[in-house]
Design a protein around this ligand. Structure first.
Ligand SMILES: Nc1nc2c(ncn2[C@@H]2O[C@H](COP(=O)(O)OP(=O)(O)OP(=O)(O)O)[C@@H](O)[C@H]2O)c(=O)[nH]1
Ligand SMILES: [Mg+2]
Length: 423
């Protein structure tokens, strides 16, 4: 700052007033700090109060631009009061001052005290249909602009949205929604399951009949799944595949998606197929017979990130070879974790099965980990994506091996395969 002229040339330092000197007031800026004024005690008090109320308190709230626009304009004496005003464009303070002044004048003239009328804000009247004085984005209600806006919003709806937002925008079909509700799919509260009559102490409680006795609980509606599940063969290479005497249903999917657990849940024979919370437990193609009716095949998971590259490739090649060449294979259940949806590796397998004309059906697993609406959205999204595919068997089935939700429906779907092939 130029001390002599009082014009700021550089960046102003932030200095706060100090009032600790007898008969002396030191104020705000470095320039003013130098100018110490002597005042009588009354004036000093008024002065310091007015600065306290106006300058000091407000200055710190303003940013630089606002501060520049603020100008100290008047110090008006009203009776005993000293009011310091700062002029700001359209400020309230200014209106207050003038209305106060008016009342004061009226008092002096003996006019009865009335509340000052508020000044009406004058709005600018615009012709709705005259677009000449409006900007395009001013909310003009012309038809053309509306069209443009609609197109833009449609574009942003699809292009601008994140993957997550796009997912949330999916409206599932009524049939999917009712399936989710009827089967109590999705994350549910225990109290809700209890009220519906399910015994939550049992494993896969929703696979039982509500309010059923223990003998009823044992029954599986589809006779084929009442057969004993027995380990039959394991293969690490295609040459050791067993002969394809029985119709086969294979369970494929990424590591840890719940393939082995689903086999146990379908047959209610917990522990026959080994499961683990660590991905990559199943490393060979495991064949299980279900009586003499069907063969169920547990495939090693693909996309297991922590396995060695060559091991991973060997598993994936084995799975690919199995699904594209196996003769007795009637259906591949492609398991997708409901939480994560279809990944690149899943699409690769889908493409392969399309080329090999292998029938496959999408099974959404672990539905108990997400909200019911997200189960429906995931099913809807996958069905839409695979709509044009020829070998896919629709609809997608939603299950949870943990809660037992949807397991009965899957049994019904799969038992038809066995029945038709071997009546
Ligand atoms: N919450 C929940 N967890 C499940 C469900 N199904 C399986 N799991 C769990 O997921 C983990 C993996 O299950 P597995 O059946 O071994 O999965 P996998 O697909 O056979 O895995 P790999 O053999 O490694 O390919 C286990 O900890 C299971 O308890 C389910 O429906 N809900
Ligand atoms: Mg497994």
């Amino acid at each position: 700052m130029n001390g002599k002229s009082g014009i700021f040339v550089g960046k102003r330092k932030k200095v706060f007033p100090q009032r600790d000197m007898e008969n002396k007031v030191t104020v705000g800026t470095s320039h003013r700090r130098k100018t110490e004024r002597k005042m009588d005690s009354e004036t000093q008090e008024k002065f310091s109060n007015s600065r306290k109320n106006t300058l000091h308190g407000e200055r710190r709230k303003f940013n630089n631009t606002e501060r520049n626009s603020v100008r100290k304009v008047k110090c008006v004496k009203m009776g005993e009061e000293n009011v310091t005003l700062r002029k700001q464009s359209g400020s309230k303070q200014k209106t207050e001052l003038f209305s106060k002044k008016k009342v004061q004048d009226k008092r002096n003239l003996g006019v009865s005290e009335e509340r000052p009328k508020k000044k009406k804000k004058r709005g600018i009247r615009l012709d709705r249909h005259d677009t000449s004085n409006k900007r395009l984005d001013d909310g003009v209600t012309s038809i053309d602009n509306n069209k443009v806006k609609q197109e833009d919003s449609a574009k942003t709806k699809t292009v601008g949205l994140s993957k997550n937002a796009q997912f949330r925008a999916i409206c599932p079909s009524p049939s999917i929604l009712s399936f989710v509700e009827d089967n109590l799919l999705g994350r549910r509260r225990d109290i809700q399951l209890k009220r519906a009559g399910y015994n939550i102490e049992l494993s896969a409680p929703l696979d039982n009949i509500p309010f059923s006795t223990s003998s009823e609980r044992e029954r599986i509606e589809e006779p084929v799944f009442r057969n004993r599940l027995e380990f039959f063969a394991a293969a690490k290479v295609s040459s050791s595949f067993p002969p394809a005497d029985l119709p086969e249903i294979a369970f494929a999917g990424r590591s840890n998606v719940g393939k082995s657990s689903l086999l146990n849940a379908l047959t209610r024979q917990w522990g026959v197929v080994r499961t683990s919370d660590k991905p990559g437990l199943t490393q060979t193609i495991n064949f299980f017979t279900l009586g003499s009716k069907m063969c169920m095949v547990d495939l090693p998971g693909y996309g297991f990130a922590y396995a060695k590259e060559e091991v991973k490739e060997a598993w994936e090649d084995l799975v690919k070879e199995y699904v594209s060449t196996r003769l007795g294979l009637k259906r591949v259940c492609l398991l997708i974790d409901t939480k994560w949806g279809m990944k690149q590796t899943d699409h690769e397998l889908v493409d392969l099965m399309e080329r090999a004309q292998t029938k496959y059906q999408i099974i959404l697993t672990k539905t108990d980990t997400v909200f019911p609406i997200d189960v429906a959205r995931q099913a809807m999204q996958i069905e839409e994506r695979l709509k044009a595919n020829k070998s896919v068997v629709q609809p997608a089935v939603m299950v949870s091996s943990k809660s037992g939700a949807g397991i009965r429906s899957l049994r019904t779907v799969l038992s038809k395969i066995a029945r038709f092939v071997k009546p």
